[in-house]
Design a protein around this ligand. Sequence first.
Ligand SMILES: NC(=O)c1ccc[n+]([C@@H]2O[C@H](COP(=O)([O-])OP(=O)(O)OC[C@H]3O[C@@H](n4cnc5c(N)ncnc54)[C@H](O)[C@@H]3O)[C@@H](O)[C@H]2O)c1
Length: 262
Amino acid sequence: MELFDLTGKTALVTGGTHGLGMAIAKGLAAAGARIVINDIIPEMLEKAVAEYAREGIDVAAYLFDVCDEKVVIEAIAKIETEVAPIDILVNNAGIIKRIPFLEMEAKDFTSVVDVDLNGPFIMSRYVAEKMVERGKGGKIINMCSMMSELGRNTVSGYAAAKGGLKMLTRNLATELAKHNIQVNGIGPGYYATDQTAPIRVGGHPFNEFIINRTPAGRWGQPEELQGAAIFLASKASDFVNGHVLYVDGGILATIGKPANED
Ligand SMILES: NC(=O)c1ccc[n+]([C@@H]2O[C@H](COP(=O)([O-])OP(=O)(O)OC[C@H]3O[C@@H](n4cnc5c(N)ncnc54)[C@H](O)[C@@H]3O)[C@@H](O)[C@H]2O)c1
């Protein structure tokens, strides 16, 4: 369908070597986009290129740190020369540190804010500049979180960064709208990824918490983010700007229920 067709578009998914970023990149590829990924770990890039290739997706992979302004400027120029101009940027690279607030040192807090908030700022700043120069519009998608809205024990740096990312999304939407660049976010709920495998077992307290806390009554599958990503990357969302689309099985719609309630 033309409204969701990404043929001829190039999408850069930061940290798109596995997990949610890879699922999103595969979705954008299925809609026709040329995919570029980056990461800071060479082996992950290598493994990812092979994994994409197994599914018939030819990705271009670049090793660079989204927090290093000088390196980002060089990398964007290189991607745009070697592959194609970037039409769609997905700021997916992120980290989390689980440390109780009263035990957290400023360096840990700052390191999370650096990757999860400063990184998307730097990437958006220099990708958008090129989009504006070309005058053909563009799409920026920021990976937010339920922690863009809610607090939780041990994740003060992450919640501060993801809350900040929601506001950065709104601000960039405001400033870039006149250039036909839409800036939106995706807020994933809890997903069945490799990292969550150890706690996704029956009887595990966190597994029980997620099942009870999520109206859908289950974990999300990474592929369930693809619809939101394709929508926000395509013509279908040309008048949608500054939103965070929560793909969370309904968690943010509800206060939750006691564990023993049906
Ligand atoms: N997994 C979830 O359930 C969940 C829920 C809500 C939000 N998110 C967000 O979605 C995004 C992807 O989540 P995920 O679980 O797949 O993450 P992940 O940690 O599995 O993958 C993120 C990737 O980013 C890379 N990365 C880290 N720092 C980088 C840097 N400075 N420069 C370039 N790459 C860097 C990592 O090497 C990693 O490969 C993150 O922004 C995360 O905060 C995830």
